[in-house]
Design a protein around this ligand. Structure first.
Ligand SMILES: *[C@@H]1O[C@H](CO)[C@@H](O)[C@H](O)[C@H]1NC(C)=O
Ligand SMILES: *[C@@H]1O[C@H](CO)[C@@H](O)[C@H](O)[C@H]1NC(C)=O
Ligand SMILES: *[C@@H]1O[C@H](CO)[C@@H](O)[C@H](O)[C@H]1NC(C)=O
Ligand SMILES: *[C@@H]1O[C@H](CO)[C@@H](O)[C@H](O)[C@H]1NC(C)=O
Ligand SMILES: *[C@@H]1O[C@H](CO)[C@@H](O)[C@H](O)[C@H]1NC(C)=O
Ligand SMILES: *[C@@H]1O[C@H](CO)[C@@H](O)[C@H](O)[C@H]1NC(C)=O
Ligand SMILES: *[C@@H]1O[C@H](CO)[C@@H](O)[C@H](O)[C@H]1NC(C)=O
Length: 827
C-alpha cells in the first residue's frame, strides 16, 4: 500500500469571501426555514429550500430558543435537522478543492435523547465519521479555561471530481443523526502542495492522488491569542492559542512583533493570516548554561493515520542568518536539522510554512512536536521559534473516521468491539485471544483512569473539536489574562506544590500586614505568614504591575519545582489568583547570613557556624551547577541570598529570579550584566559571558565577607578599602588575612583553618574563570577547613595544629562531595 495518497488540491482560482452566497459556496442553516446572518455578516440559508442544493429526505427539525454558547455562530445553533433514516444533502458544484465544515450543537430534542445519536457521515466516497456520537454534555475542556465547550465544528478538505457533493448522514440502527449547520466552499490556490517532507527521510514525498481527504485536527496560533474567523476572511478559520498543548509552558517565552510582515511567497497568502506570524514562542532562557531541552507540544490524535503537520514560521527578531538554528522533531523523530527560519523564509518578517508528513501507527494516540537545540552546530544552535501549527489527518482508503473503542455512550462502540472479539475468539481460540482481550481491557481501563487522574475528561470518540467557541469568547475580552500561567496538568507533572487561594494567603499574612514584612526586593515584598494553624512560611508577593515580574515569577516556579535540595530554600506552593504572583516558601527563622555578620545587633556567629554556613551554601550552589541535567547559574550569590533556618543550616535562596526570558527589544538577555555590585565577576563584566565560574567568584567575595564582617562595598572607607574583594585579596596575598579578621572571632578559630579558608577565597577570585575552582572543589576544601578547625578544638588549647603541614593525603577521613541522601533526584 502506498503510504500516502494524494493531495492535489486545487488550482482553480475562485474568489469568495464576501459572505454572500455564490457559486461553489454554500452556507446552510440546517432545520431552519429562513436565512440567518451570523456575527461576521455571512448569510446562511435555511435548508428546506436552497439555490443549488437539495435534501433527499427531510427527516424532522428541532429548534431551541436558548443557545448557551456565545459564539459568532450562535444564531445557527437554534435549529437542527434530525434524520432517522439515511439522507443526504446534494450540492451542485464544479470540480475542484473544497472546504467542508459540519457544525454540531446538541440541545434537547423533543422525544429524543441527544445522547443516543450515533451516526456516520460521508462526503461523496469519503467517510468522515463513523459511529459518531454527540452527547448532550460536550465535555471537552477549553484550552484556555476550564469551561465546557457546548458545540463542535469538524472541518475537512476534499477534492471533488464530479459535479455533485453529497453529504450523507446515516444513522446507526435504532438511532438518529443530526446537524446544525453545513459550510461548503471552494478553496482557491495551493492551500496544500503536491509534495511534502516526510519525517525521518530527507526526500520529499509526492501527494498525488485526487481522492485524499483531509481533516483539520488542530490549528494553533502559537504564542498568541485565539483568532476568530473574522480575522481570517479568506477561509473563516479559527486559530486557538497553544498553551493547553504545551508540555511545559515555561520552556518557551511568547513574543510578538508589530513589524510589517509579508508572505515569503506570493502564493502563500491564504495559507494563514499574517496575524498568526506576528506572535511566536522562542525558547526560554532560565539561567541555563546551555539550553539543552526541547520545547514540546503534544496532541491527542487518532491512531493509524497519516498526519500532515504544518509549521508556520516567521523570524521576528534577527535580521541575519545563523542566529537561531534548531531541530524539529515530530513523534520523537528528527523532521529537520539545522533549521534556520531566516534562510528558509528568505529574510526577517517573512511568513513561511513547512509541511511534514508522518505515519502514526496503531496504539499511538499522541503526536509530539518538539523544537530543540541542534548540538551538531554548537553554540549557534540553541534557540528555536514557532509561530503557528496545524495538524491535519489524511484519509486512508477513503476513510477519515476513527472508531474509538472507548465509546462511553450509545453502546455501539462496545458492541463492535465485542463482535470483533468473538470473531477473534472463534478464529484462533484459546489462550492467545484471552490474553489479547484482557490486555485491551487493561489498556482501556488504564487510559480512563489516567485521564481521570489528570483531571481531563474523556472526550467522546472521534472528537477533536476544532473550534472552541467559548475560548474565543473569553479571550477576546480585553483585560483578561490571555495566557494562563499554569494549567493543572503542568502543576501535576512538575509537582509545583500547593496552589493557594488568595483568601488563604490573606489569612496567612493578616491581609498583607506591613508589620509582617521580613524583606523587600526587586520582585516585591516578603511577608512572614502562617498556614495550616501554625506552620510558618515566607510569602513572597510579586508586584502585579510588572510584566517583567510575571516572567520571573514563571521562571522561579519552573526552577523551584525542579530543584529540591536540603540547601536550597524550598517552595511550598504558589498563588496566582487575580493577577497576583505569590510564592510560598519554607520560613527561614534566622534570616539572612548577612544579618548575622554585621549591621544588626544579633550576636556574632562563631567561626564554626560561619564555616558551616559557607559549606551549606556551597552545597546548594554545587547542586545547582551540577545536579540538573543542564547546569544552572545562580547569578546573584551574596550574603543576603544565603538564609539560615532555626538550626543555622544555610540554604541558597532567590535562584531563578535573576533572569527573565528575552523580550523583543532585548534580543540577548545573556549579554545584560546583572548581579549585585561588589560581587560581580569582572570577567563576566568584561566579556558578558555567563558561566558557573561567575557564581564561584561571587562566592569568593562571600567568603571574605564572612571573615571580615563588613559590607562588600563601603564608600565611607578610604579609597583602597572601599571594595572588599580587592582589599581582602591584597591582605590574603600577603598571607596576613588575620589582620583584617572580624575581631569578634578572636580566640575562636584556628589559624590553620583560617589560612586554608583564605586560600579558597583567593582562588575563587582568580581573574579568569578558568583558573577558579569549581563549586565542588570549593566545597571539598571548605569541608577540610572545618576538619582542621574541629581537630584544633579537640586538641584543646589549639597549639598542636599551629604550624603542622597537613597534606590532603594525610587526612584520616573520607570526604564525599555529595553526601548520601543529600540530593534528591530531579522530577
Ligand atoms: C418550516 O416550515 C415547515 C412547513 O412549512 C413547518 O412544518 C416547520 O415547522 C417550519 N420550521 C420552523 C423551524 O419554523
Ligand atoms: C443541479 O444541477 C442539475 C443539472 O446540472 C439540475 O438538474 C438540478 O436541478 C440542480 N440541482 C439544484 C438543487 O439546483
Ligand atoms: C447525557 O449524558 C450525560 C453524561 O454522559 C449526562 O450528564 C446527561 O444528563 C445526559 N443527557 C440526557 C438528556 O440524558
Ligand atoms: C505560484 O504558483 C504558480 C502556479 O502554481 C507557479 O507557477 C509559481 O511558480 C508560484 N510562485 C512561487 C513564488 O512559488
Ligand atoms: C528532544 O526531543 C527529541 C525527540 O523526542 C529527543 O531525541 C532529544 O533527545 C530531545 N532533546 C533534548 C535536548 O532533550
Ligand atoms: C516522545 O517524547 C516524549 C517527550 O520527551 C515522551 O514523553 C514520549 O514518551 C516519547 N514517545 C516515544 C514513543 O518515545
Ligand atoms: C471561561 O470562559 C467562559 C466563557 O467565555 C467565561 O464565562 C468564564 O468566565 C471563563 N472562566 C475563567 C475562569 O476565566
Amino acid at each position: 500500500m502506498t503510504f500516502l495518497g494524494l493531495l492535489f488540491l486545487g488550482l482553480a482560482s475562485f474568489s469568495f469571501g464576501t459572505g454572500n452566497a455564490q457559486a461553489n459556496s454554500f452556507l446552510v442553516d440546517c432545520g431552519s426555514n429562513y436565512s440567518t446572518t451570523d456575527a461576521n455578516s455571512r448569510k446562511w440559508v435555511g435548508d428546506s429550500s436552497g439555490d443549488g442544493f437539495s435534501l433527499s429526505y427531510p427527516g424532522t427539525t428541532a429548534s431551541t430558543s436558548t443557545v448557551e454558547e456565545n459564539s459568532v455562530y450562535q444564531s445557527l445553533y437554534k435549529t437542527a435537522r434530525i434524520f432517522d433514516t439515511p439522507s443526504h444533502y446534494g450540492f451542485n458544484v464544479s470540480s475542484g478543492s473544497y472546504c467542508l465544515r459540519l457544525h454540531f450543537y446538541p440541545f434537547s430534542f423533543v422525544n429524543l435523547n441527544v445522547n443516543d445519536s450515533v451516526f456516520d457521515v460521508t462526503a461523496n466516497e469519503l467517510k468522515l465519521v463513523s459511529k459518531f456520537n454527540v452527547p448532550a454534555e460536550i465535555s471537552c475542556r477549553s484550552t484556555t479555561n476550564n469551561s465546557v465547550i457546548t458545540s463542535l465544528v469538524k472541518e475537512y478538505f476534499l477534492y471533488i471530481s464530479s459535479s455533485e457533493l453529497q453529504i450523507r448522514f446515516v444513522p446507526n440502527s435504532g438511532s438518529f443523526a443530526f446537524v446544525n449547520a453545513i459550510e461548503v466552499f471552494e478553496i482557491h490556490n495551493n492551500l496544500f502542495v503536491d509534495s511534502v517532507n516526510r519525517v525521518g527521510s530527507k526526500e520529499k514525498v509526492p501527494l498525488s492522488m485526487n481522492d485524499l481527504g483531509i481533516e483539520t485536527m488542530y490549528r494553533l496560533n502559537v504564542g498568541g491569542p485565539a483568532l476568530e474567523p473574522s480575522k481570517d476572511r479568506d477561509l473563516w478559520r479559527t486559530w486557538e492559542p497553544d498553551d493547553g498543548f504545551m508540555f511545559s509552558v515555561n520552556a518557551a517565552t511568547a513574543i510578538s512583533s508589530t513589524s510589517k510582515i509579508s508572505y515569503s511567497s506570493v502564493n502563500d497568502s491564504s495559507i494563514a493570516p499574517l496575524l498568526v506570524y506576528e506572535t511566536a514562542r522562542i525558547m526560554s532562557d532560565n539561567e541555563v548554561v546551555e539550553k539543552r531541552f526541547n520545547v514540546s507540544w503534544r496532541f491527542d490524535i487518532d491512531p493509524n493515520f497519516d498526519y500532515l503537520v504544518r509549521l508556520h514560521f516567521c523570524e521576528l527578531i534577527y535580521d541575519k542568518q545563523n542566529q537561531r538554528i534548531f531541530r524539529i522533531y515530530i513523534n520523537n523523530k528528527t523532521a529537520a536539522e539545522e533549521y534556520d527560519v531566516f534562510i528558509r523564509a528568505g529574510g526577517m518578517n517573512k511568513a513561511y510554512h513547512e509541511d511534514y508528513v508522518d505515519i502514526v501507527p496503531q496504539q499511538i494516540d499522541t503526536l509530539w512536536l518538539q523544537l530543540g537545540p541542534d548540538s551538531s552546530i554548537g553554540a549557534l544552535g540553541i534557540d528555536a521559534i514557532l509561530n503557528g501549527v496545524e495538524i491535519f489527518k489524511l484519509s486512508r482508503n477513503g476513510n477519515l473516521a476513527h472508531v474509538s473503542e472507548r465509546i462511553g455512550t450509545g453502546g455501539e462502540g462496545f458492541g463492535t468491539k465485542r463482535t470483533k472479539s468473538k470473531v477473534l475468539w472463534a478464529a484462533t481460540g484459546g489462550i492467545i485471544s484471552v490474553v489479547t482481550i484482557s490486555m485491551a481491557c487493561v489498556f482501556y481501563c488504564h487510559r480512563i483512569q489516567k485521564r481521570k487522574a489528570d483531571g481531563v475528561k474523556e472526550n467522546p470518540p472521534g472528537w477533536h473539536p476544532l473550534f472552541l467557541h467559548e475560548t474565543i469568547a473569553s479571550t477576546t475580552n480585553a483585560g483578561t489574562s490571555k495566557l494562563p500561567l499554569i494549567n493543572d496538568g503542568l502543576a501535576a507533572s512538575y509537582r509545583l506544590g500547593r496552589r493557594f487561594t488568595l483568601a488563604e494567603i490573606k489569612a496567612a499574612t493578616s491581609n498583607f500586614d506591613d508589620s509582617l514584612v521580613i524583606g523587600t526586593g526587586g520582585f516585591g515584598k516578603v511577608y512572614k505568614g502562617e498556614i495550616d494553624d501554625g506552620i510558618p512560611v515566607a510569602v513572597k508577593r510579586g508586584n502585579p504591575q510588572s510584566q517583567q515580574g510575571l516572567a520571573e515569577f514563571e521562571t522561579e516556579i519552573e526552577m523551584l519545582s525542579k530543584l529540591r535540595h536540603r540547601h536550597l530554600v524550598a517552595m511550598i506552593g504558589y498563588c496566582e489568583e487575580q493577577r497576583e504572583m505569590i510564592l510560598v516558601y519554607e520560613y527561614m527563622a534566622n534570616g539572612t547570613l548577612r544579618s548575622h555578620l554585621y549591621g544588626t545587633a544579633l550576636p556574632a556567629l562563631s567561626w564554626k557556624q560561619r564555616v558551616d554556613a559557607c559549606i551549606g551554601a556551597a552545597r546548594g550552589l554545587h547542586y545547582l551547577h551540577t545536579g540538573a541535567d543542564r547546569g544552572i547559574i545562580h547569578r546573584d550569590v551574596k550574603t543576603t541570598n544565603i538564609l539560615l533556618d532555626e538550626n543555622f543550616v544555610a540554604k541558597m535562596a532567590d535562584f531563578g529570579l535573576s533572569r527573565a526570558g528575552p523580550s523583543l527589544d532585548q534580543t540577548h538577555v545573556s549579554t545584560a550584566v546583572k548581579g549585585s555590585f561588589g560581587y560581580l565577576d569582572p570577567e563576566y563584566f568584561r566579556r558578558q559571558q555567563l558561566t558557573q565560574k561567575s557564581d564561584v567568584y561571587s562566592f569568593g567575595v562571600v567568603l571574605f565577607e564572612v571573615v571580615c564582617a563588613r559590607p562588600v562595598i563601603n564608600p565611607s572607607l578610604p579609597k583602597d578599602q572601599i571594595n572588599l574583594a580587592e582589599w581582602a585579596l591584597r591582605w590574603q596575598r600577603q598571607r596576613s588575612l588575620e589582620s583584617i579578621l572580624d575581631p569578634r572571632l578572636a580566640g575562636d578559630y584556628s589559624l590553620e583553618s583560617l589560612k586554608k579558608f583564605g586560600e579558597i577565597a583567593e582562588k575563587c577570585l582568580a581573574d579568569e574563570g578558568k583558573n577558579r575552582p569549581t563549586m565542588g572543589e570549593v566545597l571539598w576544601h571548605l569541608e577540610y577547613v572545618l576538619h582542621l578547625h574541629e581537630a584544633y578544638r579537640k586538641s584543646g588549647d589549639g597549639d598542636s595544629f599551629g604550624s603542622g603541614e597537613l597534606g590532603f593525603a594525610d587526612m584520616s577521613f573520607s570526604l564525599p562531595f555529595v553526601r548520601e541522601g543529600d540530593e534528591e533526584p530531579f522530577p
